[in-house]
Write a protein that binds this ligand. Structure first.
Ligand code: ASP
Length: 325
């Protein structure tokens, strides 16, 4: 057994570990843990308390994947519901589809009785107002929101503060592997922007035969590189979990132009070995792991791999910070 989550998953990993110890299925244990993170307002990038988009609305993305059936469920741009991970789970359980977005996702959530909630917490509302007052021109304020948003998209929030996600990967006592993700995506994103968290194969992938991978950070990069699926495929081809992640990092070196920023790649194999690399990360980047025999989950540093050094033009630019963290 193993449970791996990123730093944002701290408030949920204890419950997930307890459920795994009690013999519960990986997917159930993951869903329970992610729900706690979604309800934790101090996590500024997931569920209630997450950052809003350029219009001040919180749009949530999330997914689950059952590595034993290769069934998935995902939602993108979901507004007004507290637990995107559970809506995603029900997409998997009840529909012949794998991904719902926007109004359709909200309609489905209402239809199955999912809990509604105000997602914009006070601290996010204030941060958004500071951004609006500081950046939006008087002419655009007069016509807001019927103005071009593209110029504002370039000057949003510091990418290291304004984005993150929670990802959970687990191997249960019966040998089943699953993943779960949940995020508000980037703060001040263009409305309708999906990151990698609901994109199976980019932000998450699980296959009980080989292992699982889930990513946080710049979803734009993992979508382009197909990172999560690539890592699992590299394990299928015989690479160790660490080698597979490093191979996927090499794939990222081929990305030209577009956004190049931080991506953290979390991976486990079918034996419960794990490896976490923070691409363009900081020494402060940590993850959480629980293994049998550990009384409590442990926080450990990610291995840092820089892929920007040889291409200084791709280094993330410093942007103004409108958050109060
Ligand atoms: N991967 C998420 C996204 O692209 C955000 C993050 O983890 O930083 O929406």
């Amino acid at each position: 057994m193993i449970i791996l989550t990123n730093n944002e998953g701290k408030s949920g990993i204890g419950t997930t570990a307890r459920l795994l110890r009690e013999g519960r299925a990986a997917l159930d244990a993951i869903e329970a843990g992610v729900r706690l993170v979604e309800d934790d307002e101090t996590v500024r990038t997931v569920g209630r308390g997450g950052w809003p988009n350029l219009l001040g609305e919180v749009e949530l993305d999330g997914s689950v994947m059952d590595g034993s059936t290769l069934r998935t469920g995902a939602v993108g741009g979901l507004k007004g519901f507290r637990h995107p991970v559970s809506v995603a789970r029900q997409v998997m359980e009840r529909l012949p589809h794998e991904l719902l977005i926007g109004d359709g996702a909200a309609r489905f959530a209402a239809e199955i009785g999912e809990e509604r909630g105000e997602l914009l917490a006070d601290h996010s509302r204030k941060a958004y107002q500071r951004w609006f007052d500081g950046e939006v021109s008087p002419a655009d304020r007069a016509n807001w929101p019927d103005v071009p948003l593209t110029p504002y998209c370039q000057n949003a929030v510091d990418p290291e503060i304004g984005k993150d996600t929670t990802v959970f990967l687990a191997l249960d006592a019966a040998g089943h592997i699953a993943t779960g993700t949940s995020t508000s995506g980037w703060g001040w994103k263009y409305p309708g922007r999906l990151g990698d968290s609901p994109i199976i194969g980019a932000g998450a992938y699980a296959d009980t035969r080989y292992g699982a991978c889930a990513c946080t950070g710049a979803g734009e990069m993992t979508i382009r590189a197909g990172t999560a699926r690539a890592v699992v495929l590299y394990m299928k081809m015989g690479m160790s979990v660490e080698r597979a992640v490093k191979e996927a990092v090499d794939d990222m070196r081929a990305l030209k132009g577009g956004l190049i920023s931080r991506v953290t790649i979390h991976a486990i194999d079918a034996r419960g070995t794990h490896y976490v690399a923070a691409v363009n990360g900081l020494p402060t980047n940590h993850y959480w792991v629980w293994l049998p025999g550990m009384p409590e989950p442990e926080s450990r540093p990610c291995e840092i791999i820089q892929i920007s050094e040889d291409r200084p033009q791709d280094k993330p630019t410093a942007m103004k910070v409108y958050t109060d963290v």
